[in-house]
Write a protein that binds this ligand. Structure first.
Ligand SMILES: [Fe+2]
Ligand SMILES: [Fe+2]
Length: 483
């Protein structure tokens, strides 16, 4: 047994998978490494490549203490390959192989299906770093900049995690896929990233926070489903990625929460009680709550599209093969094969939304999306508590899942956020109030001014309640490089 809890930092590529005795894979990864470093170097503005950033690095996969914090230059970050500890006698948790021992190698019959799932997951990881590449320049504080870069280096590590699986278990096609992961890039005309939401820009910090709250949470759900995989190395990879992912969603939730807090405080100080008095509120240099709601609507609906078609044979095949489970598969009380079960999915009949029952096996995507919707509600509730506590009358909400969709039964249908089907004219009249307009974008851009000094924060966002790793409020999270 070569795997361990502690990470070996002696090799160029830190790992707990015994890489030094696996020459073939080590060589393949070392060959891939320079391309990765080039990708990273092309990505982040120079002044931040040279700066010292207070980052956490995984040193173990023990949930009780897996990371250490220190200053690092990002290109020197130790991107490692880390798998959660092997569970003894682990069994395939779902599908036709239910109860059989988990696979340590990829079964031939599932090779291409499995490779595709790993590639899709892998493709999202560098994509988000690409989308966020310019945000450092307008960070509202050193604390936020540090969080951005923490998320970025960990998404980079997640790419490594998927590339390891491709190189180790998929031979030559795995190698080609690993190279293609560095060839595609977010928003590119010739070689875009595979999923729509990952080709959208992240133009400002509120978008970044919404992205890390809503889109990283799609990532969480996908990783949870892959963590159930009967292919044990995939399961273990995803389990450890989930540990890191929690921080990304924390950054999103607290980022949006701090933006909301600052807006409400500024309204109170100026004696503005109507949250829709947006001109006056914007004059205060804060983002009005209706605009924050519009950003929420956009990022939430883009993220819903990531779950794919409600009824899907691909999803059914992956589940039935035991490659991808349901969210919390082990806690669900059924046969884990879904032989006779049904599940409710949305459908449109004569322009009316109806729920109808389909075989549960075909509704795996819908179920994961439903779980996501419930999971995402938690933070929205906590944002509303901030608003309430500050005495402002406004409530954030998740729009109906029919609104603003590009994928699934509601794709390109004109629904309002409340879920009413509208005429073209009604939709056009309503949409400036539901999704950010160009003018809204210009306004947010006007607030995106760098604020890098220790302990100082841009005027549109409140400071955090606690520092990273319990550091004090004026902690120097970033030591900027000045040429
Ligand atoms: Fe990730
Ligand atoms: Fe993430």
């Amino acid at each position: 047994m070569t795997d361990s809890i502690n990470v070996n930092y002696d090799t160029q590529i830190p790992n707990n998978v015994g890489l030094s005795s696996d020459k073939r894979v080590l060589k393949a990864l070392e060959k891939w490494h320079p391309g990765y470093i080039n990708w990273w170097n092309d990505l982040i503005p120079q002044k931040f490549q040279q700066s010292m950033i207070y980052l956490r690095t995984a040193v173990s996969v023990d949930p009780k203490g897996w990371a250490k914090f220190d200053y690092v230059k990002m290109p020197e970050y130790r991107w490692g390959i880390l798998l959660a500890p092997q569970v003894e006698d682990r069994r395939i948790p779902c599908g036709e192989h239910y109860g059989e021992p988990a696979w340590q190698e990829v079964p031939g019959e599932y090779r291409s299906l499995m490779r595709r799932l790993i590639v899709i997951q892998g493709d999202t990881e560098p994509a988000s770093v690409e989308q966020q590449r310019y945000l450092g320049l307008t960070a509202p504080s050193a604390y936020d900049m540090r969080n951005l870069f923490q998320v970025n280096v960990e998404e980079g590590r997640h790419l490594w995690a998927m590339v390891y699986l491709l190189q180790k278990y998929f031979g030559r096609d795995g190698r080609e896929e690993a190279n293609d992961l560095l060839r595609r890039s977010s928003g590119s005309e010739e070689a875009p990233r595979m999923l729509g939401a990952f080709n959208e820009e992240t133009p400002d910090w509120l978008s970044f926070f919404m992205f890390t709250y809503f889109t990283d949470r799609d990532g969480k759900m996908q990783l949870e489903a892959l963590a159930q995989s009967g292919f044990d190395p995939l399961s273990r990879s995803c389990r450890f990625m989930l540990t890191e992912e929690a921080h990304h969603m924390f950054v999103g939730e607290t980022g949006v929460g701090r933006t909301i807090q600052r807006t409400c405080e500024a309204m109170n100080a100026a004696g503005i009680t109507d949250p829709f008095d947006t001109d006056k509120i914007r004059d205060l240099g804060v983002i009005d709550l209706p605009l924050i709601q519009k950003k929420l609507n956009l990022h939430y609906t883009l993220s819903l599209d990531l779950f794919g078609q409600e009824v899907s044979t691909n999803a059914a095949n992956a589940y039935n093969a035991g490659i991808k489970g349901r969210y919390m598969e082990h806690k669900i009380d059924d046969d884990h094969q879904l032989t006779n079960d049904t599940y409710k999915v949305w459908d449109l009949v004569d322009g009316k939304m109806v729920h109808h029952e389909v075989p549960a096996l075909t509704a795996i995507n819908m179920r994961l999306r439903d779980d996501y919707i419930g999971d995402a509600a938690g933070g929205v509730g906590r944002w509303n508590k901030i608003i309430k506590k500050l005495g402002v009358e406004f409530e954030m909400s998740q729009p109906h899942e029919a609104f603003n969709r590009k994928i699934g039964v509601f794709a390109n249908k004109l629904f309002s956020p409340a879920g009413e089907l509208l005429s073209g004219a009604e939709y056009d009249a309503g949409v400036p109030g539901w999704l950010p307009t160009h003018e809204d974008g210009d306004f947010i851009q006007s607030l995106m001014k760098p604020c890098f000094g220790p302990g100082s924060y841009a005027g549109w966002i409140a400071p955090p309640k606690v520092g990273i790793n319990n550091q004090p409020g004026d902690f120097e999270y970033v030591k900027l490089y000045e040429a």
